[in-house]
Structure formats: structure tokens, C-alpha cells
Design a binder for this molecule. Structure first.
Ligand code: DC
Length: 217
């Protein structure tokens, strides 16, 4: 079984996806983490994320491993980078890296390989539209930008990362724009995808809503 969950940044889709995977006892893959790991690699090596030629040249040296445990861990060239890929510098540049077709092609290949051998919930931007167009279930998750920014702000503060709310909001709007307007695999709600707006729903309500759709069919 493949469940595709796409949607905007910081709308809570990873939290729903993780909980769903746990509830259904299947794997969870956070595809955004893979793009983040590529961005992190570039930043560490001094490769400009805005320079597609050098990013693409770096690809053969990037080896990603998704450890399908819950909570999910991701390794970049043998090093656990699960926490590091969440830092604001990576968030700032990841959309640029994710807009490069060669990067997408490689990530999609890895994602499909994973889905070939496992029942899973995968979240991202193009999972229902490109990676698994034949997914058994497709959800499109969103929430109002200010609500998403506030949630993200609180999350980072709780982790002790000092951030500015306005900067988070503008970064989020910028990423929405890049993700939805890029030419390769832009974020879209496919016609089969069920819309879940989490703006005014608590986590348990969101999960129940998604589970209802799955159990109904
Ligand atoms: O979900 P996230 O914020 O961790 O995603 C990080 C970035 O990667 C975001 O800018 C969108 C991009 N992304 C993508 O283009 N396709 C995916 N399947 C997942 C994420």
C-alpha cells in the first residue's frame, strides 16, 4: 500500500504521515529530508545551491540512506544528519536545490526503489503527482501561511533555535512560491487528492480525518 501526502511547507503533513505509518504499521519516508540532505551537503562543501552545474556535479558523491525506523533517521555519506537538515540555513536554500531536474530525478529514483519493496506513507510535494501517480491514497495538506509560520516558530524555539517570526513567514512564502512555480514537478493538488486543511484542526482531528478516508474505502 502506498499513501502519498503532499502539501505546503510546515503544514503538519510530516506529523500526520508519521502517525499514520505508525497506526498502519507501515514505513514512513520523508522525501523532503532527502532534498534537505542534498542542500546540507552543498552548504558543507561550499557549493552554491544557486549554481546547478556544481550541484549536479556533486550528486555522485552524495549517498543517502533512509533508515525506516520511527522516528526516521537519515544518513548522508554514513553520517546521521537527521537533526542537522532542519537548521534554518538548510531551510533557506533547499528549494533552490529541489528545483534542479537532475537532483529530482535521482531523488525520485531512490523514492520509487523504496516504494517497490515496502508499503509506505511518503510525504513531499510531488509524491501523488510524479513519484507514485498510482498511489492507493493521495492527500493534499495545507494551512494558512501565518498559522504555519507560528507553528514553525514555536517548534524551533522549543529546540532552543533563536529565530525571527517575520523571517520564518517570509522564508515560508518564498518556498511556497518556488515549490509551486518551478517547471519540474511543481507542487499541485492532483484531482484525486483529498484536501486536508489543518489551520483549525488539532492533531488528533487531522489524523482521524485521514484515517476515516482510508478505512472508508
Ligand atoms: O517538506 P520539507 O520542508 O522538508 O521540504 C524541503 C524542500 O524540499 C521544500 O522546499 C520542497 C522540497 N521538496 C520537493 O521539492 N519535493 C518533495 N517531494 C519533497 C520536498
Amino acid at each position: 500500500m502506498i499513501i502519498a501526502i503532499d502539501g505546503h511547507s510546515s503544514c503538519g503533513k510530516s506529523t500526520i504521515a508519521r502517525a499514520l505509518a505508525r497506526r498502519l504499521n507501515i514505513s514512513y519516508v520523508d522525501s523532503g529530508a532527502m532534498y534537505r540532505a542534498v542542500a546540507l551537503f552543498c552548504l558543507k562543501k561550499g557549493i552554491d545551491p544557486m549554481d546547478p552545474v556544481h550541484v549536479v556535479q556533486a550528486l555522485p558523491g552524495i549517498h543517502l540512506k533512509i533508515l525506516p525506523s520511527l522516528p526516521v533517521r537519515i544518513e548522508l555519506n554514513g553520517e546521521d544528519v537527521t537533526d542537522e537538515i532542519r537548521n534554518p540555513e538548510v531551510s533557506k536554500w533547499v528549494s533552490e536545490v529541489a528545483a534542479i531536474s537532475e537532483v529530482r530525478r535521482e531523488m525520485v529514483r531512490l523514492q520509487r526503489e523504496f516504494g517497490h519493496n515496502n508499503s509506505l506513507v511518503m510525504d513531499g510535494r510531488d509524491i501523488g503527482s510524479v513519484v507514485f501517480p498510482e498511489a492507493d491514497f493521495k492527500f493534499f495538506v495545507t494551512a494558512e501561511p501565518e498559522i504555519r509560520a507560528r507553528r514553525r516558530y514555536r517548534e524551533l524555539q522549543e529546540k532552543g533555535i533563536q529565530v525571527d517570526y517575520d523571517e520564518i513567514l517570509s522564508n515560508l512564502l518564498h518556498r511556497d512560491h518556488l515549490d509551486s512555480t518551478r517547471s519540474d514537478s511543481p507542487l499541485v493538488q492532483t484531482k484525486e487528492a483529498i484536501l486536508i486543511d489543518t489551520s483549525h484542526l488539532g492533531f488528533e482531528e487531522q489524523l482521524q480525518l485521514v484515517l476515516q478516508y482510508i478505512q472508508k474505502s
